[in-house]
Design a protein around this ligand. Structure first.
Ligand SMILES: [Zn+2]
Length: 289
């Protein structure tokens, strides 16, 4: 974080940091605040975080209710260098933001085509603070958006190979609604929301109640789906409980051995994480049914 003439960017989550690094290239240094397998929904500031905030020239966060740990949230909303990329997308295309019971679903990175808007916003913000670098950022974002478009098409094609009546997903928490709309649904399908369910809400809270488990089991049975997917940074116990309760009711369900990446990239790049999600879901939905 020492001064070296580069623009210092602090991002809350790795999904943002990865894009900022690709677009900023050699003109920027990027740090991710919530790294590894930490939960961005509940992250609270730790010693040393304050210094990162004061040294950063630009701070990017997701918003839409993602970073709702009290200390982090109040710092983000009071810091004039902090920019919410999620609210920027919401301003531009409010119809694309999913709400559940009146609450914004913050997991917008789960649709790569929507996340392209975040790349554009990062480029705009970087160009404002560093006008000399604007042509450089424009070139970088164009290359990145090309890769994103290829990944988006690949994911859609991969999942659309799974027969429509098998394209239903159960994971640990409500991180996959954007994914379901973008990749699991048929073209223009009005009922895309029925393609996905999870026992834990928009933020994983470790609270599992019998009604949520029962709902997930009914969902699996009604679509004859025999596999549930754990997420890389959430205890497998959540989906294991669904599988064992379902087996007791005489409907065999297995837990997928490979995890999905919801809130955490677990060391992968953003595009690797998304490709992996598409491959794992497509393989196991077909294999398990
Ligand atoms: Zn989440």
């Amino acid at each position: 974080m020492e001064p070296n003439g580069k623009i210092k960017i602090l991002s809350t989550i790795a999904q943002i940091g990865d894009l900022a690094g690709e677009i900023g290239g050699e003109r920027v240094d990027v740090w991710t605040l919530i790294s590894g397998d930490l939960d961005p929904h509940s992250y609270d500031l730790v010693k040393g975080d304050g210094e990162k905030f004061s040294r950063a020239d630009l701070i990017f966060f997701n918003g839409l209710g993602l970073e709702h740990g009290a200390s982090l949230s109040s710092l983000l909303f009071s810091n004039e260098k902090a920019i919410s990329l999620g609210y920027a997308i919401q301003n531009k295309t409010p119809e694309k933001i999913i709400q559940k019971e009146g609450v914004f679903d913050p997991h917008i990175w789960m649709d790569v085509s929507l996340w392209e808007g975040v790349a554009e916003e990062i480029e705009e913000r970087l160009s404002l603070i560093d006008p000399e670098g604007a042509p450089y950022y424009r070139e970088k974002v164009a290359a990145l958006k090309k890769k994103m478009a290829i990944t988006h098409s690949y994911m859609r094609a991969t999942l659309q190979k799974v027969p429509s009546n098998q394209r239903f997903l159960v994971t640990s928490h409500d991180a996959f609604h954007y994914f379901a709309r973008a990749y699991l649904a048929e073209e223009g399908e009005a009922d895309w929301a029925n393609r996905f369910t999870a026992p834990e809400g928009l933020a994983p809270d470790g609270q599992l109640n019998p009604a949520d488990i029962r709902f997930a089991i009914d969902f699996l049975q009604s679509h004859n789906i025999r596999v549930v997917f754990p997420e890389s940074n959430i205890s497998r116990d959540v989906v294991a409980k669904i599988a064992s309760a379902s087996r007791e009711l005489g409907f065999d369900v297995r837990v997928c051995k490979e995890p999905l990446y919801g809130d955490s990239m677990s060391g992968l790049s953003y595009l690797e994480m998304m490709r992996s999600n598409a491959n794992v879901i497509a393989n196991h939905l077909q294999e398990g049914n």
